[in-house]
Design a protein around this ligand. Structure first.
Ligand code: 4AD
Ligand code: MG
Length: 429
């Protein structure tokens, strides 16, 4: 029987056996203090020379950082010990003495750490980020599963672009061109006409040729789509959703947030309603801050940062000029130059986490837009069909998980938000 370190508090005074890796060792006379981690926690195991066989004590002296161990001992409460508990070791078996571990407690450069990402994941900070990421993903699923959405998976291999042709990863599909999916949205639109409220959740791909702290080539996206919903409906859905995710992480990952030294005060404020401003209102704000971006074009990274820092909750910017947005967006009936779309920008300078819109539901208008954007009409035949058989207004959005992990964990760069980031000029490990 083995005990996980997270459960040692149930075994005070008992002899237990744990399995893990050596995080650190300090020697003091006849005592060896082993800091052991097993993925669920860390505990200090104290080896006193008089309490173990001489061979065991000798073997312990050979252990190096990341050596694998099976340790037996009695659990004691000790407020001074890291984690609040200690083990008085009676026996220790070494699995393997680790070779000289490249990642030591001293500071390493980012390039070196990225090169060793497969090992870097074991560090306390990366471990905490992985656990927070998982909680975010669980919260995302629970939110949709508990609100009447049906998960419908969308394909990764696709015949056409969803989000513009400049960021497509092209592959050879038995002599035909295919692309890695940029978004499941088009398929979501088919699915919501079957199940009403749907979501897809999986990897999406963008050949982003710019190097920024916000872009990855492969990232996880959750995308809800709702039949009969208009722009207002999905803005409400988006703020309820993001608030739920943040509050779940605050409840369930307190220890991890502390470990990465995240000040949670700004996160505690994240509850509906969120501020909503139109693109034109956003521009007035940017112009007072002295932006160089011409009105009518998309926000630059600096503009996003300014907007994001102007509010202490995520801000929803709606009704962008239709010319800078995707082909499928419904025009604003009050101003045909604007699209019924929205982006949500996270606070504290993090910028866009969500992009969404109401979709064109009229077949003729959609066909006109596909042609205007010079997209292959044939590849969109099925998509046009959705507007021929009982078409209804419908809306949805996509949220990038990595952007949200970055914001919630207060990270400098998305590369730490995903276990194995795919970046411009980096595919290793
Ligand atoms: O704004 P985007 O491009 O919207 C869509 O893909 C829509 N089809 C979604 C929909 O309506 N169903 O992307 C949505 C989100 C962004 O707000 C951002 O969080 C994330 O996906 N994202 C990226 N994250 C990391 N790296 C990249 N290169 C990203 N591109 C988009
Ligand atoms: Mg976007």
């Amino acid at each position: 029987m083995y005990t996980y370190i997270q459960n040692v508090h149930e075994h005070i005074g008992e002899e237990i056996t744990i399995r893990g890796w050596l995080y650190n060792r300090t020697d003091k006379g006849k005592l060896r203090f082993l800091l052991v981690r097993d993925g669920t926690g860390t505990i200090q195991a104290v080896v006193f020379k008089g309490n173990v066989d001489p061979e065991v004590f000798e073997a312990v002296d050979q252990t190096t950082q990341e050596s694998s161990l099976t340790v037996t001992g009695t659990v004691k409460e000790d407020s001074r010990a890291p984690g609040g508990y200690e083990m008085d070791v009676s026996h220790c078996e070494i699995g393997q003495i680790a070779g000289e571990y490249p990642i030591t407690p001293k500071d390493h450069g980012t390039a070196f750490l990225m090169e060793n990402r497969h090992l870097w994941l074991r560090s306390s900070r990366q471990h905490a980020i992985l656990r927070i990421r998982h909680e975010i993903i669980r919260a995302v699923r629970d939110f949709y599963d508990n609100n009447g959405f049906t998960l419908v998976d969308t394909p990764i291999l696709t015949p056409a672009a969803c989000e513009g042709t400049t960021t497509l990863f092209e592959i050879d599909y038995f002599g035909e061109k295919a692309y890695l999916s940029q978004s499941g949205q088009l398929y979501n639109e088919a699915a919501c006409m079957s199940v009403g409220k749907t979501y897809c959740f999986g990897p999406t791909f963008r050949a982003e040729k710019s190097k920024t702290r916000r872009h990855l080539m492969e990232f996880s996206k959750v995308e809800p789509e709702v039949a009969w919903a208009n722009l207002d409906d999905i803005m409400k859905l988006a703020e309820d959703f993001v608030s739920y995710v943040v509050q779940r992480v605050l409840e369930e990952r307190k220890e991890e947030l502390e470990r990465i030294e995240r000040d949670t005060t700004p996160l505690e404020k994240i509850e509906p309603p969120f501020p909503r401003i139109s693109y034109s209102e956003a521009f007035v704000l940017l112009e007072t801050e002295g932006t160089d971006t011409p009105r009518g074009s998309d926000f630059g990274a600096a503009d996003e940062t300014i907007l994001s820092c102007s509010f202490d909750k995520p801000v929803i910017v709606h009704r962008y000029p239709r010319d800078i947005k995707a082909f499928y967006m419904q025009p604003d009936p009050e101003d045909s130059g604007s699209a019924l779309c929205m982006d949500m920008l996270a606070p504290e300078g993090y910028g866009e986490i969500i992009g969404g819109s109401q979709r064109i539901h009229d077949v003729d208008l959609l066909l006109e837009r596909i042609r205007e954007h010079k997209l292959p009409v044939d590849a969109f035949k099925w998509y046009l069909d959705l507007r021929k058989y009982g078409t209804v207004p419908h809306s949805g959005f996509g949220m990038g998980i990595e952007r949200v992990v970055s914001w919630i964990c207060s990270l400098d760069h998305v590369r730490e938000t995903i276990p194995f980031p795919r970046m411009l000029y980096r595919m290793y490990p």
